[in-house]
Design a protein around this ligand. Structure first.
Ligand code: SAH
Ligand code: SF4
Length: 341
């Protein structure tokens, strides 16, 4: 029988296991540091542990690595990593250099996605399976491993393939390790989890996690949102608004509203005004994302003028709003373009 991958254990489960061997708490901390900060690939490299403890770890666990099958480089400096998982499935992560030396890694939470938004390439794959914790963390570990010494991933966004809240428990468990100072040590404002709008999980997330939330809203009326995002049938906009308010109240954190602009569908001045009304009771900032087309995509990107006009209407109402031109368009690494099947 093969041994479990140590990176699949939740933080409490791993700590409990190690302490059950009578190991002191500072030694437990050293193991976590070796695994997630030093990114060792064998227990033998944990040189400040006793030989006996290293043997015990190796008899109990393995340290699985993830295989980067291919890396694509965009002219804008971003890189797309194609990972081949142990069962042959494939996922993608995108690394994006940004202003002020920020280096953001966009990671996947599932192979494919079950939500079925009609504008998104990942939806065409359907859902293959959830990622394990080891596979979520593995994306961060392996990409970090490719960077020159001293260059560090500064931000993580769960905006790759999949709906993170359909893999809720595993994502929450991975977030604990990403946040822990002995492990990845990301600050709470350095991680964002993006959802298509699972209202009950948004509320739960406010209690279970202390990182930022993004909501893919993309429309301003129930009929138009349901048309492009079928999840809106289960959780219509009023329900979503209530969930967002709960998250705001519980965490004190601002929610990022992602609003993909489609020509002629959701880019009118009336849409902008409805968006203002919908968001006014909430603490949010808005990212307007001009639609990224792909072969066979059903919609068009609005003209630059239309995009500017939409932006102005929101800004005139004192909203913090950014136009986000996606990175990695030329390598099919931009928002909504990730698919591996
Ligand atoms: N499933 C989650 C996480 C993925 S985030 C979610 O949907 O929030 C992916 C983001 O890219 C979402 O905000 C989505 O609205 C956006 N998106 C999807 N397809 C796109 C496309 N073709 N062009 C621009 N943005 C797109
Ligand atoms: Fe899934 Fe998000 Fe794509 Fe919708 S936009 S299909 S929820 S990945």
């Amino acid at each position: 029988m093969s041994l479990p991958n140590i990176k699949n254990l939740s933080l409490p489960a791993l700590e409990e296991k190690i302490l059950s061997w009578g190991v002191k708490s500072y030694v437990r901390d050293q193991i976590l540091i070796w695994l997630y900060r030093e990114r060792v690939t064998s227990f033998d490299e944990m040189t400040n542990l006793s030989k006996e403890l290293r043997r015990r770890l190796a008899e109990t666990f393995v340290i699985d690595r993830m295989e980067v099958e291919r890396t694509l480089h965009s002219v804008d400096g971003s890189q797309k990593f194609l990972f081949k998982l142990a069962d042959g499935q494939k996922i993608e992560s995108v690394l994006m250099p940004q202003k002020n030396d920020r280096l953001t890694l966009c990671i996947s939470s599932q192979v494919g996605c079950a939500i079925g938004c009609c504008f998104c390439k990942t939806a065409e794959m359907g859902l293959m399976r959830n990622l394990t914790q080891g596979e979520i963390l593995g994306q961060v570990l392996e990409v970090q491993q490719t960077l020159p010494h001293k260059k560090r991933i500064s931000n993580i966004v769960f905006m790759g393939m999949g709906e993170p809240f359909h893999n809720y428990e595993t994502v929450i468990s991975a977030l604990k390790l990403l946040r822990d100072p002995r492990c990845f040590n990301f600050g709470k404002r350095k991680i964002t989890v993006s959802t298509s709008g699972l209202a009950p999980e948004i509320e739960k997330f406010g209690k279970d996690a202390d990182v930022k939330l993004a909501l893919s809203l993309n429309a301003t009326t129930d009929p138009s949102r349901t048309e492009i995002m079928p999840i809106n049938k289960a959780f219509p906009m009023e329900r979503l608004q209530k969930a967002c308010r709960t998250y705001n109240d519980l965490t004190g954190l601002t929610i990022t509203i992602e609003y993909v602009l489609f020509a002629g569908l959701n880019d009118s001045r009336e849409d902008a005004k409805r968006l203002v009304r919908f968001l006014s009771p909430l603490n949010t900032k808005i990212n307007v994302i001009p639609y990224n087309e792909y072969p066979g995509s059903p919609f068009k990107r609005p003209s630059d003028e239309k995009i500017r006009d939409f932006h102005h209407t929101l800004a005139d109402h004192n909203f913090q709003v950014n136009i986000r031109y996606s990175k990695g368009l030329d390598i099919m690494g931009a928002c909504g373009q990730l698919a591996t099947a």
